[in-house]
Design a protein around this ligand. Structure first.
Ligand code: CS2
Length: 510
């Protein structure tokens, strides 16, 4: 909340901030050449920074128009500031702040549908990037195909106008179809979400939408996508907690003007991209991005070690009463958990990626950074969409090799524990004070034991009421995640269920 009458950061006030804190390029020199979906903190602290540095170092005018799928608040706030905002890097011992100017437009997906249509059809726009979260893909658990039964997708398939489309998957499919109809210039669609084979995963759901549509030219759209739309796989990395009011105050102190949409992140950042673009792109390599023929070794290392540990720390830490990742690393078991999980999972990683031991050493340092308040609740949210990506690939390889998996079982038990309805353990058929059966938790309003949100919260909560015992609960929860094979692994289920009572009592034993 703005607490002073300081002017806002904007093109008009840029000369009030210290020259070395100003953007690396003059935003007025940039052109809209990249469209990004997902105007959150992560995009502003990651791809927007790479794009600005690439534009500054190449002299090419790569500007981003960022589209917010839902929130109009961030769009308004960005527009007030001519889309300028600051990134603060928090090192354990020092802090640096800089204004970023690579975003040249902020649009609301539905309210500004006409402008989004124009940009997606524009041959000058050759790159589309996305941060829409795992849940935003509407993948069918288990198969990864588009969940056409999800009400949002069904509604979008029936939408008469692009302004009525609410999912990014639907919006992207409709935008690509419009691009073909306007001439069909090739375009690269760059997924920046934490999923294995994220490019292919996104391509699958977008194609699934086109196939399920009633567009007369849907086959032509699919044929054109096969030749002219690239979905390179990428791996993005930077720890960026949600912005707080304290961060806004800190940005004000550093800049001397008010920034309503600052972002705060760790100093570390990484971007590895599959070198298979369909057309021109920013020279992100000038800012350290790595273009490689095969991202899989990097992707699995990051997903299984960093994100895998993150989810384990989030669910275990919540059980133990911690609030942030750095808090968990302060406990006796936090670092032990990261090291045990990494050591357990390392044999499943393909050769050609970072050394897992050195990677884990770095992770422990990054997680310990006391200046980064990364809330467990943020990381633990959408667990049903995250943990299959982060744990199940490794779990399946290890179980197939008959290896022991105690760290993953502990993590799985902690996730299961966190899916209990906030109302606590209730007998089957019990109702809450409003007369609703327990387990009909509002998916938008959290309702899980530690306040996390999850699109499957109600279904997961119901597993606790329908199950005969803890092993049965674990089996049911795994079925909700589409992991029937893991639910059939009796030793895994028993090992996981055995951990539940201690976790329920707040004890983490590792
Ligand atoms: C985190 C990630 O919220 C989460 O689930 O695990 O956002 C993580 O911080 C980033 O992937 C780091 O690159």
């Amino acid at each position: 909340m703005k607490t002073s009458i300081l002017p806002s950061l904007s093109l008009a006030t840029l000369d009030r901030i210290a020259p070395d804190l100003r953007p690396a390029v003059d935003p007025r020199e940039l052109r809209p050449k990249v469209v990004h979906f997902g105007l959150g903190a992560f995009h502003r602290a990651h791809q927007a920074v790479y794009t600005e540095n690439a534009a500054a170092r190449s002299g090419e005018p790569w500007g981003i128009v960022a589209v917010a799928p839902r929130s109009t608040r961030v769009v308004k706030a960005m527009r007030v500031q001519d889309c300028l905002y600051s990134v603060t890097e928090r090192h354990p011992a020092a802090t640096t702040t800089r204004a970023i100017g690579s975003i040249v437009g902020a649009l609301a997906m539905r309210q500004d549908a006409g402008r989004v249509d124009e940009l997606l059809a524009d041959p000058g726009v050759t790159v589309l990037t996305l941060t829409i979260t795992e849940a935003g893909h509407y993948r069918r658990p288990g198969t990864g195909g588009l969940d056409t039964g999800a009400p949002e997708i069904a509604a979008d398939l029936a939408a008469a106008r692009t302004a009525d489309i609410t999912t990014v998957v639907g919006r992207l499919a409709a935008g690509l179809a419009a691009r073909l109809r306007a001439g069909g210039a090739p375009i690269s669609v760059v997924s920046c979400d934490n999923m294995a084979a994220n490019g292919a995963a996104l391509g699958t759901v977008v194609r699934g939408f086109v196939e399920a549509s009633s567009w007369p030219d849907r086959q032509a759209v699919l044929d054109w996508m096969a030749t002219s739309v690239a979905f390179p796989a990428t791996i993005v990395d930077r720890i960026v907690p949600a912005t707080t009011d304290a961060d806004r105050e800190a940005a004000r102190a550093a800049l001397g003007v008010w920034d309503d949409v600052p972002v705060v992140g760790e100093p570390y950042r990484q971007w590895v991209l599959e070198d298979s673009f369909a057309g021109p792109r920013p020279s992100w390599e000038l800012d350290g991005a790595l273009f490689v023929p095969d991202v899989v070794p990097y992707q699995l290392t990051k997903l299984r070690l960093l994100n895998g540990s993150h989810s384990a720390l989030a669910h275990l830490g919540a059980a133990a009463g911690c609030a942030t990742i750095a808090d968990v690393l302060e406990t006796g078991w936090g670092e032990r958990l990261v090291r045990a999980l990494s050591a357990e999972v390392a044999p499943t990683l393909p050769a050609g990626g970072p050394d897992p031991v050195a990677y884990t050493d770095d992770l422990v340092k990054r997680f310990r950074n006391p200046r980064i308040r990364h809330l467990l609740r943020q990381i633990g949210s959408d667990g049903s969409r995250k943990i299959p990506e982060r744990w199940f690939g490794a779990l399946r390889s290890l179980r197939a090799a008959r290896a022991r998996t105690p760290a993953l079982e502990l993590a799985l038990a902690a996730w299961a524990n966190a899916t209990r309805p906030a109302d606590g353990d209730q007998p089957a058929g019990a109702t809450d004070p409003t007369g609703r059966p327990f387990g009909t938790t509002d998916p938008a309003g959290g309702g899980q034991l530690f306040g996390t949100t999850d699109p499957a919260a109600a279904t997961l909560a119901a597993c606790w009421h329908e199950a005969a015992d803890h092993e049965d609960t674990i089996r049911r929860l795994l079925h909700v995640l589409g992991a029937a094979d893991l639910a059939d692994d009796g030793a895994l289920v028993a090992g996981t269920a055995a951990r539940l009572p201690a976790l329920r009592a707040g004890h983490v034993e590792i």
